[in-house]
Design a protein around this ligand. Structure first.
Ligand SMILES: NC(=O)c1ccc[n+]([C@@H]2O[C@H](COP(=O)([O-])OP(=O)(O)OC[C@H]3O[C@@H](n4cnc5c(N)ncnc54)[C@H](OP(=O)(O)O)[C@@H]3O)[C@@H](O)[C@H]2O)c1
Length: 322
C-alpha cells in the first residue's frame, strides 16, 4: 500500500510503498479515504517531545481518518465490509489501509463527505472532553475559549453554545464573523486587545488552546471556583491555589461512545465541520508546511521558526487518500 512515513526524527516525509497492514481477529481493516493533519503529528515527528511522546521509526503519522471497512477479523460482529466509518487511531492513518479496533470507530454520518468526516474525530472530542469532562461546563455559565477559530476551538464554541453557555472567544479579528455564526456571543481580537483588560465580567471556565502568556493571564479573568482547562501545556498548581480555581492539562481519550455522540450532533446539523484545505496524500509535506506556522505552542514550545507563514483561514487540513 502507499503510505507517508517519517524515517528519522526531523527528517522529511517519504511517500512510497510499504507492506499492507494485516488485522488480528478483533480488528478491522479500513480502506482509508481521508485523514487529517494535527499539530501533534508534526511535534511527534520532530523528536522534540520524544521523552514523553516517543514514536517507533519508521513511523506513519495520522491520528484520525474516514474510510470504508475492507475486512473484518473473525471476532468482529458490529461492522461489515462496505460500511463507511470514521474514527481515531494511535498512528498510521496517512496510508491506504489501517488496522483498527471496533471501539475506536463509528459509522460516518451520511450527510458528511469523507473529507469532512476525517476532520472531525480529534478536534471535536478534544473540545467535548475539555468542556464537559474536565471543565464541567453547565448551562447558564460563561466560558472564554482561547483560539476559538481553530479546529478544536470551533467545536468548543459550537458545543458550549449548544449546551446553553455564553461563549466569549479570542481569535484573529478576521474570524469574528465566522465565530459569531457558530455561536460566540463575543469575539476578542487577540492581536488588537488583551482579553483581561477588555473583559467586564469574570468567567466560569477558560478553555486554553494556546498556552504561554495567554494561559498566565487567564487566571485574572476566572471566577473563584472556576475551571481552567489547557490543551497545550500543564497548568501551574501554585497559580490555581493562589487564584482559588482548578486547573488541568487535558489529554484526549478518544472513544467510540464520545464520537458517536458527536456523529449524532453532526447528523442533526447542530454542529458542523470546517475543512480549510484538501491535499492529496502524496502532498502531505506541503500540508505540514502550511500548518507549521500555526503551531501555537505545544508543551511550552513552538515549531514555527522565523519566517514560518501563518495560515490565514480557519478549519482543518485534510489529506485525500483514495
Ligand atoms: N491535549 C490534547 O489532547 C489536544 C488535542 C488536540 C489538540 N491539542 C492542541 O490544541 C491546540 C489547538 O489545536 P487546533 O487543532 O485547534 O489548532 P489550529 O486549528 O491551528 O488553531 C489554532 C488557532 O489559534 C489561534 N491563535 C493563535 N494565537 C492565538 C492567541 N494568542 N490567542 C487566541 N488565538 C490564537 C489561531 O488563529 P490565527 O491563525 O488567526 O492566528 C488559530 O485559529 C494545539 O496546540 C494542539 O496541539 C491538544
Amino acid at each position: 500500500m502507499k503510505a507517508v512515513r517519517v524515517l528519522e526524527y526531523g527528517g522529511p516525509l517519504v511517500f512510497n510503498d510499504v507492506p499492507t497492514s494485516t488485522i488480528a481477529r478483533d480488528e478491522i481493516l479500513v480502506k482509508v479515504k481521508s485523514t487529517a493533519v494535527n499539530h501533534i503529528d508534526l511535534v511527534k515527528a520532530s523528536g522534540t517531545v520524544r521523552q514523553i511522546l516517543p514514536i517507533d521509526l519508521p513511523w506513519i503519522p495520522g491520528h484520525e481518518f474516514s474510510g470504508v471497512v475492507d475486512q473484518i477479523g473473525s471476532d468482529v460482529a458490529a461492522y461489515a465490509p462496505g460500511d463507511a466509518v470514521f474514527g481515531t487511531s494511535d498512528m498510521g492513518a496517512y496510508a491506504e489501509f489501517l488496522a483498527v479496533k471496533p471501539a475506536t470507530i463509528v459509522r460516518k454520518p451520511a450527510n458528511l463527505s469523507f473529507e469532512e468526516a476525517a476532520s472531525v474525530p480529534v478536534a471535536s472530542q478534544t473540545a467535548w472532553q475539555g468542556l464537559f469532562t474536565h471543565g464541567h461546563l453547565q448551562k447558564g455559565q460563561t466560558i472564554l475559549i482561547h483560539g476559538g477559530a481553530g479546529a478544536v476551538g470551533a467545536y468548543a464554541v459550537q458545543l458550549a453554545s449548544h449546551a446553553g453557555a455564553t461563549v466569549i472567544a479570542t481569535a484573529s479579528g478576521d474570524d469574528e464573523a465566522y465565530l459569531t455564526s457558530i455561536g460566540a456571543s463575543r469575539v476578542i481580537d487577540y492581536r488588537a486587545a488583551q482579553f483581561e483588560k477588555v473583559l467586564r465580567e469574570a468567567v466560569d471556565m477558560v478553555l486554553d488552546l494556546i498556552g504561554g502568556d495567554t494561559q498566565q493571564r487567564s487566571f485574572l479573568v476566572l471566577k473563584e471556583g472556576g475551571h481552567l482547562v489547557a490543551a497545550t501545556q500543564p497548568v501551574s498548581q501554585e497559580e490555581t491555589a493562589r487564584h482559588r480555581v482548578s486547573g488541568v492539562m487535558m489529554r484526549l481519550a478518544p472513544s467510540a461512545d464520545g464520537l458517536g455522540r458527536i456523529a449524532r450532533l453532526l447528523e442533526e446539523k447542530t454542529i458542523r465541520p470546517d475543512v480549510a484545505t484538501v491535499y492529496s496524500l502524496q502532498d502531505a509535506a506541503q500540508a505540514w508546511k502550511d500548518i507549521a506556522g500555526n503551531l501555537p505552542g505545544v508543551h511550552g514550545m513552538s515549531l514555527s521558526g522565523p519566517g514560518a507563514a501563518r495560515r490565514r483561514s480557519h478549519g482543518k487540513i485534510v489529506l485525500r487518500v483514495a
